[in-house]
Design a protein around this ligand. Structure first.
Ligand code: HPA
Ligand code: ZN
Length: 326
């Protein structure tokens, strides 16, 4: 119908996509074969059947196993290329892409291999499709701050290729303050700062991500509404929330899409954006997230316009560049 056409066709920015989470089962098997990596799954169907998650950790275990097939620069290129092609079909015009170097360097893959492959695909997408974008390097919060510092050290030669840094992986038990010093250092380096907070973790993690890490956006942040004072602050300061509705259902943050708090977040005046998180694992790319959420919650063309505007307004683009796209 008309609303679906509007949602599909509108130019949009995607601000919460883990590139390793775009690795489709078919590509996992193709890369496993190419690289002689053994998988614990007999077939694509067998692997896909394992995508029945009960919480964040049950997903992360499979997500890290999937990433183990990535060995060469070409593997990172092929993965990123496949995502960007799919994003282009969804009329994504700007992408701020997370990557998890520690998942790869821990297996003996060079930092350069990872970032070169991803950057080359981004450069091609810019020249072929006019997609702008950049990289946000995430620290794995289940690892130590010392390990995060070591990763930052490895990234320094590539400082100019990074838009910013983020914080992902297991949220519960790994509060933002664990990374206060490394985020302070990244801030001195002029990097943009974001963090996952308030997905599974409590609203307090959103507050400490803002106060102690000084992040500019909150990834997920859906549990914000449990704290009215925090909600007012996040709204007043125009802090964007990069919400991922299908992810929230697959990881049991909400029981069903019609119970998602997207409409309530918008009604609270929060700068909400719609994103896919890990599209190969959660059953949909960005337009699937838009269409299914709009259907489930009865959102309208006004909401569509607001969400598209928010995606560019929340992007780390120069003000002049933003203005053109709003
Ligand atoms: N949350 C935390 N860590 C992640 C996610 C997520 O949704 N996706 C990939 N790593
Ligand atoms: Zn995420």
């Amino acid at each position: 119908d008309t609303l679906h056409r509007v949602l599909r066709g509108m130019p949009k920015a995607e601000l919460h996509i883990h590139i390793e989470g775009s690795l489709e089962p078919e590509l996992i098997f193709a890369l496993a074969q190419r690289n002689n990596v053994r998988l614990d799954y007999a077939s694509v169907e067998d692997l896909r059947r394992a995508y029945a998650f009960t919480d964040l950790q049950s997903f992360l275990d499979i997500y890290y196993a999937g990433a183990s097939v990535l060995i060469t620069e070409q593997d990172f290129y092929d993965m990123t290329r496949a995502y960007l092609k799919r994003a282009h079909e969804d009329n994504v015009r700007h992408v701020e892409m997370f990557f998890d170097p520690q998942t790869h360097t821990a297996r003996g893959i060079a930092f350069a291999t990872v970032i070169d492959g991803i950057s080359r695909a981004l450069a091609d997408a810019r020249s072929e499709w006019g997609i702008s974008g950049g990289l946000i390097m995430c620290f794995l919060r289940h690892l130590s701050e010392e390990e995060a510092f070591a990763t930052l050290e490895q990234a320094l030669p590539y400082r100019d290729r990074l838009l910013g840094v983020g914080l992902d992986s297991s949220e519960r038990g790994h509060p933002p303050e664990k990374f206060a010093r490394v985020f302070a250092r990244c801030r001195e380096l002029g990097l943009h700062l974001v963090a996952h907070a308030g997905e599974e973790g409590p609203p307090d993690y959103i507050r400490t991500a803002l106060d102690l890490l000084k992040v500019e956006r909150i990834d997920h942040g859906v549990r914000c509404l449990e704290d009215p004072e925090l909600t007012r602050r996040v709204a007043k300061d125009g802090i964007a929330l990069t919400v991922c509705p299908l992810s929230n259902i697959k990881l049991c943050v909400f029981d069903a899409l019609h119970q998602h708090n997207m409409r309530a977040l918008l009604d609270a005046g929060l700068k909400v954006t719609v994103n896919s998180d890990d599209p190969a694992y959660f059953g949909g790319y960005i337009n699937d997230n838009f269409l299914q959420t709009f259907d489930a919650l009865g959102l309208d063309a006004g909401h569509a316009r607001q969400l598209a505007r928010n995606s560019f307004s929340a992007a780390f683009l120069p003000a002049s560049e933003k203005q053109k796209r709003l």
